[in-house]
Design a protein around this ligand. Sequence first.
Ligand code: ADP
Ligand code: MG
Length: 339
Amino acid sequence: MTSSLNTPHMPLLQVKNLKTYFPVKKGLLGREVARVHAVDDVSFTLNAGETLGLVGESGCGKSTLGRSLIQLDRPTSGEVFFEGQKINDLDFASLKKVRAGLQMIFQDPFSSLDPRMSVERIISEPLRLHRIGDKKSQGAIVKDLLKKVGLPESALNRYPHEFSGGQRQRIGIARSLALRPKLIIADEPVAALDVSVQAQVLNLLGDLKKEFGLTMVFISHDLGVIKYFCDRIAVMYLGKIVEYAGSDDLYKNQIHPYTRALFSAIPLPDPTAKLERIILKGDVPSPIHPPSGCRFHTRCPFVTDICKTAVPDLVEVKPGHFAACHHKDQFLNQKGAPT
Ligand code: ADP
Ligand code: MG
């Protein structure tokens, strides 16, 4: 990358019209008969040091978007820029270099760690793959990382199965930090953990975010967790961002009916409080043949004719607050679900 591109105003991550479709194949010849529209025309930017929360029901494309950002899933079209460099059409060797700066923390600390590797080998593996330092300096880095994630040095020669879920996620986090990445995609990092340890791991991530100056995409279906963690929030429905706003702003005023429905599902501190709740009925439709027009129209209580035919654009309805709904004016400045 040339240094001239590295201006202070350049976002760390820029995503333009990103689409990731998966082929649905049939028959002996594996003919493509349809496509899963997992991520369908997503654009956003993320500045260094910011955390973007990605929310939406299961199957809405959050993981695929996360994986497409770091090229674990290769996008079908669109562009991903990391520090000004377009990374979605790099060959494997060039991508490997860029990937050191982009890491992922996975949901399931049970399957994301190789059971045959000691903790030392797991955490040092990225250093070995990228040929950083010698055995001695790698050992020192691993010890330092273990300390940073709150595990004792005695963990080094033990194996993943000897640890609890929370400890395993700490090991995964230490591994993701080994190459000193700038951007971390955390995909539901606490969803598989006991509620009692979720807060501990979130606190750890918060501390590390500050200490390492990390930029994060934080994927979760839990709005309580997102509120605590994120500067900005993108709400996804069937492969598209339907609302995008600063956290504080979104918690005060949800504009898209889908967002309002998600927020309605948060348990209230005061169960007698009266509010207009939108209860989501049915499941997310199939992303193989997503509904025409606004993809949410089949479940939206405010649906009108236009919603069935015209795809609503994601437009800025007030500074920094974007929504993709034909009836957005109706919900602008209307108090959302109290949280
Ligand atoms: P989320 O993380 O929001 O639950 P995903 O990104 O995992 O959503 O999935 C979005 C859609 O893409 C789902 O319908 C899922 O079945 C499909 N999908 C995800 N990965 C693949 C794949 N490798 N091949 C085919 N379909 C996939
Ligand atoms: Mg997922």
